[in-house]
Design a protein around this ligand. Sequence first.
Ligand SMILES: Nc1ncnc2c1ncn2[C@@H]1O[C@H](COP(=O)(O)OP(=O)(O)OP(=O)(O)O)[C@@H](O)[C@H]1O
Length: 608
Amino acid sequence: MPVDSLATPVLPVPKPPRRAPFGDAASLLLRAAAPERRHVFIGVAWLVLAALLEAFGPLAGKYLIDNYLLPRNPQLPAIAALLAGALAAGMAASWLRYLQLSRLAGLAMRSVRRIRETVYGHVLRLPMSFFDRAITGQLVSRVTNDTEAVKTLYVQVLFVMLDSVIVLLGALAAMLWLDWRLMLIVATLVPVVVLVIVLYQGLSAPAVARTRELRSELNAQMAESINGMPVLQASNAAGRFNRRFADLNEAHYQARHSALRANAWLLRPVLDFMNVLLTAIVIWVFGSRGQGAALSALEVGVLYAFINYIGRVVEPLTQITMQFSQLQQAMVSAARVNVLLKEAEAPLAADRGEVTAGGIAIDHLDFEYLPGRRVLHDIDLKIAPGSFYGIVGHTGSGKSTLLSLLLRFYPARPGAIRLDGTPVEAIAEGHFRARVGLVPQEPFLLAASARENIAMGRPLDQQQIETAARAAHAHDFIVALEQGYDTPLGEGGARLSVGQKQLLAIARALAGQPRILFLDEATSHIDSETEQVVQRALAALRGQVTIVAIAHRLSTVREADRIVVLNQGRIAEAGRHGELMQIDNGLYQRLYLLQQLEGDDDAAEVAE
Ligand SMILES: Nc1ncnc2c1ncn2[C@@H]1O[C@H](COP(=O)(O)OP(=O)(O)OP(=O)(O)O)[C@@H](O)[C@H]1O
């Protein structure tokens, strides 16, 4: 990682959307919950039943007051039956609510699991060009934090809201039946709540979106710092990073605070005030109807039921408004997840041919990462099956780019790359990856055993693993480890030397029995002695596997059948080592002599 990028004081903070797109969130949720339609219907049916049973309580109270208490009509069996009925209805409602909650919570959790798997699977299928733009920490934040926030949408928000709406409708229906004029007064709460929500949405949406963005920036900085820790500490950048993190954290706090302020002002207080106001209005209406006289028996029962129902209207409305802030956050997260899901995946390869012998043909290949900035020009190469090709050139000459195209990480266009006569994009993915092996510059090792690192999840037996390790000259050092092939290698293979890691990476590539093996500067980090081991391993494969090695260190490819020298994206020279050394003042000759000089200097330094 370049030190400059570490020292950059400001991270770009993308502009948050003005409004959280509800359609995006809804479509994501519906898609994820689609396989569970049956659970949704049953859960909702139970909710409706529970709300109906709960609405029965105040009606039973009204009946008790009207028929037994006020007329002083102590029919104990009837009163007991009424109370028992109300009690049973209440218990049944609670039981049903518990059942629906566990059913719907399970559904929510499964749906979120589905979303997370979909997002991760999608990320795995994205084209390499996406990862040129992506920032690891932000991406991780989408797959973990954002999908977690979407869970809130299901578990708390949707079900609490659904429940609240059903209870609200039940209470309004019961009031309508008791006294439609009073019901209309109480129902004025509904437009007030809609107004509060619209106001809240307008005030808090930008703050919530910004909070999410900033949180993922925080993750990104954390991930970047951990990855670049040696450079960060060596360049004394800890203080600068700390300040940058603190600035981001402060911006996050401010954004969160302004969302919470809108929350505190608008949500609960408005509803609490309306509750008191409406109860006062209903009592006043009853009072003015009686015009000072005592309320009739009928009215006392209705008043009791009404005051009871006002609570049942206010509570769900309060719940709905309170949940709205979480809904807001979840919608922003869902929208972010959706943006990621809309990224086009790498096109699926057709299945029109196979890699058999391992011949490679590159025809008039041009390539540019960014429009108008061509990095490869008219590359034309024929590599016979089983041969060993070296690709060399100055930094930035296009070696890695050519390898990326050979590995199908980017579409090879205009021009074409064919393997055994079939265009690379027309070979089925599984077959292609099995037949084409890669030994990268940085051997990526898992925190697992040597065996698992070679197998990489493929169903390989001990025999196959050992054969590959022997071919890569890795067997001897593996069996010398205290548990042999089962020795845990530590994070990133910390237990091994760089050269041993590289040999293990070669064993891994060979274990798949590839027909073609690409080496991406596989010898740049190892000493000359280990390089010779790698060279012997490669020499043993000659004739069986086509090898294309990109090399900074020319000694690695000295024995190649053909060495291709790239210069500014074009093939400048090609031939055997001896032939290239004959070209007076040629690029290869100059590179070679320069490296020899450096080698002599190193040797002299060691001798001193
Ligand atoms: N992902 C990318 N997006 C845009 N430009 C890129 C990308 N990768 C490489 N380039 C550009 O393409 C050109 C060739 O780079 P490439 O990495 O292929 O060179 P190289 O010969 O492998 O260099 P090195 O020996 O330093 O690894 C360079 O100018 C580089 O800036």
